[in-house]
Write a protein that binds this ligand. Structure first.
Ligand SMILES: Nc1nc2c(ncn2[C@@H]2O[C@H](COP(=O)(O)OP(=O)(O)OP(=O)(O)O)[C@@H](O)[C@H]2O)c(=O)[nH]1
Length: 335
């Protein structure tokens, strides 16, 4: 029996994973792709954005959200039953794409493909790491020499980034539009030097890459785990205390630009790694998406509110543990 190929998409918060998934769905070349999306935190913004993607042949049934938990640590309870249900469908998908949360380590997930229940039916075609190139070039995931010198040195951002690169079969250097050619090349050669032999890097803009390159790596990654070192090999898991996430609710707003300005100020004042969600705008029948990574904010209306949806704004805030939730909430609510 031919095994169903599965592609694991990893990459730090805001790197462009959902953008890549949308691109793959839009250019599916006749393949029926099922998607499993896992997010950090209780509210699945990515799943909701993808459900609104409107790609022909891609139904809500094909998009499965595993919110509220870290996929790599809830493998037995959530991931395996989901995979089994997908494979047991009368008409199973041609390809399964798994978008992990930006804080997840890919290796424990790849390891899960060894489970007897699924091992004979599915294989990890490849692990694709999406890199936020300007953030990486700015040293966002590297420790400073002072940090390195500390005996208790521990940088969770760096560890997550390194684990994602070490497990990858293909690296997309995304957001290439935001870097000069020389800086992009310096980043590329720096990253290439840290990769397993044969792992390619590819600059991308809006994660636009030929799906034939991404889907069809035939890596059988689950057979090759020893070559993919992880910071957490010994513990077989990772520390969830490093990061936290919460949701902020906003009443209907007259002008979304005001919330954008508040978000920029909150990100400048607090160690927020990612902010994303939806706004309800007075007089507008459509939901307004707001996405912030670092100082960059993107906003657009994506789809009309459904009749049974409450028209309120929901912003998900993700950062290092210790965020001042009260002050961030007040700042975003304009209090
Ligand atoms: N300028 C620029 N922006 C990009 C590019 N790719 C993605 N973005 C934007 O970056 C933001 C984050 O993209 P996502 O695809 O949601 O990132 P993600 O990795 O899924 O984010 P999380 O799921 O929160 O970890 C969005 O506003 C995208 O439109 C790119 O190549 N260039």
């Amino acid at each position: 029996m031919r095994k169903v190929p599965a592609t694991v998409i990893t990459g730090f918060l805001g790197a462009g994973k959902t953008t890549l998934v949308r691109h793959l769905l839009e250019h599916n070349q006749g393949r029926r792709i099922a998607l499993i999306v896992n997010e950090f935190g209780d509210i699945g913004v990515d799943g909701q954005l993808l459900a609104a993607c409107g790609v022909a042949g891609c139904t809500d049934d094909d998009i499965i959200e595993l919110a509220n938990g870290c996929l790599c640590c809830t493998v037995a309870d959530e991931f395996l039953p989901t995979m089994q249900a997908l494979l047991d469908r009368p008409n199973p998908p041609d390809h399964i794409v798994i978008e992990t949360s930006g804080l997840a380590l890919p290796k424990p997930l790849v390891k899960a493909f060894h489970w007897p229940e699924i091992r004979s039916r599915v294989t990890v075609d490849g692990v694709v790491a999406v890199v936020d190139s300007p953030a990486a070039a700015a040293g966002r995931f590297a420790s400073t020499p002072e940090e390195m010198a500390r005996p208790d040195h521990d940088n969770p951002l760096e560890e997550v980034f390194e684990d994602q690169l070490a497990c990858a079969d293909l690296i997309l250097l995304n957001k290439s539009d935001l870097l000069e050619a020389a800086a992009l090349e310096a980043l590329r050669s720096g990253i290439a030097a840290r990769l397993r032999p044969g792992v390619k890097t590819l600059p991308t803009r809006m994660s636009a890459v030929d799906p034939l390159v991404v889907l069809g790596l035939s890596a059988a990654a689950e057979e090759d785990l020893a070559a993919r070192p992880s910071h957490h090999d010994a513990e077989d898991g990772h520390d969830h205390d490093d990061f936290e996430s919460f949701a902020v609710f906003l009443p209907m707003v007259d002008d979304p630009a005001v919330v954008e300005a508040r978000a920029i100020a909150a990100i400048a004042d607090h160690d927020i790694l990612r902010l994303k969600g939806f706004l309800a705008v007075t007089g507008k029948p459509a939901r307004h998406v707001i996405q912030a990574v670092g100082t960059r904010v993107e906003r657009y209306f994506d789809r009309p509110w459904k009749a049974d949806e409450e028209r309120v704004g929901t912003l998900v805030v993700i950062g290092r543990t210790g965020l001042d939730r009260q002050r961030i909430e007040a700042a975003l609510q304009g209090l």
